[in-house]
Write a protein that binds this ligand. Structure first.
Ligand SMILES: [Zn+2]
Length: 186
């Protein structure tokens, strides 16, 4: 069950002797605002600066009003890029892509992700991810745009006679197919 956040969340929770840094990746501000670690552990907290507690809560609010089944479905769909059937009856449909991006970002930026082990991926998936400069989990939209960008750079038509570019082009195409197949079978 998603929780609706209130303005009260922006009152510093720190009692002064809680000296910790903002949990947001790469942020060096003091963490004075607490947020639940994940929706599954609402009583364990992580600390953020004001800017990042706002960011965190903005994403959290996307879940407000959904039941846990819908949230789970959404999380899954955000990673696989498939459109869930329930969204057809929902007014969320119009905002679907925007939401999907936000949820994907929520999943990948969320501190919860760092405490979860990266799934045991087959070597060929790992290699394909590295080739396309993607991290797991990835959104299908991300896979496509990454591939498109690389095709533009390495396509034989724009690199006439460059054997290495041609080789790279072949490899990224194979990698793209591997990853596209992978998400299809999730
Ligand atoms: Zn921060």
């Amino acid at each position: 069950m998603a929780q609706k956040r209130t303005k009260n969340d922006y009152i510093p929770h720190s009692n002064g002797n809680h000296a910790t840094h903002c949990h947001w990746q790469g942020c060096r501000e003091p963490g004075e605002y607490k947020a639940p670690k994940s929706k599954d552990s609402l009583h364990e907290y992580e600390w953020y600066c004001l800017e990042h507690i706002r960011e965190y809560n903005r994403k959290w609010d996307f879940f407000a009003g959904m039941n846990s089944e819908q949230i789970e479905e959404f999380r899954h769909e955000a990673v696989t890029g498939h459109r869930p059937t329930w969204s057809r009856e929902s007014r969320m449909r119009d905002n679907y892509s925007k939401l999907q991006d936000a949820i994907y970002e929520f999943i990948t930026m969320s501190p919860a992700r760092h405490s979860k082990p990266v799934p045991n991926l087959p070597p060929k998936i790992r290699k394909a991810l590295a080739l396309l400069d993607l991290e797991y989990p990835f959104a299908v939209t991300e896979l496509k745009s990454q591939y498109r960008g690389m095709v533009k750079k390495f396509h034989p038509d724009v690199n006439k006679g460059d054997k290495q570019a041609e080789e790279t082009f072949k490899r990224i195409t194979v990698a793209y197919k591997i990853l596209a197949d992978h998400v299809k079978n999730l």
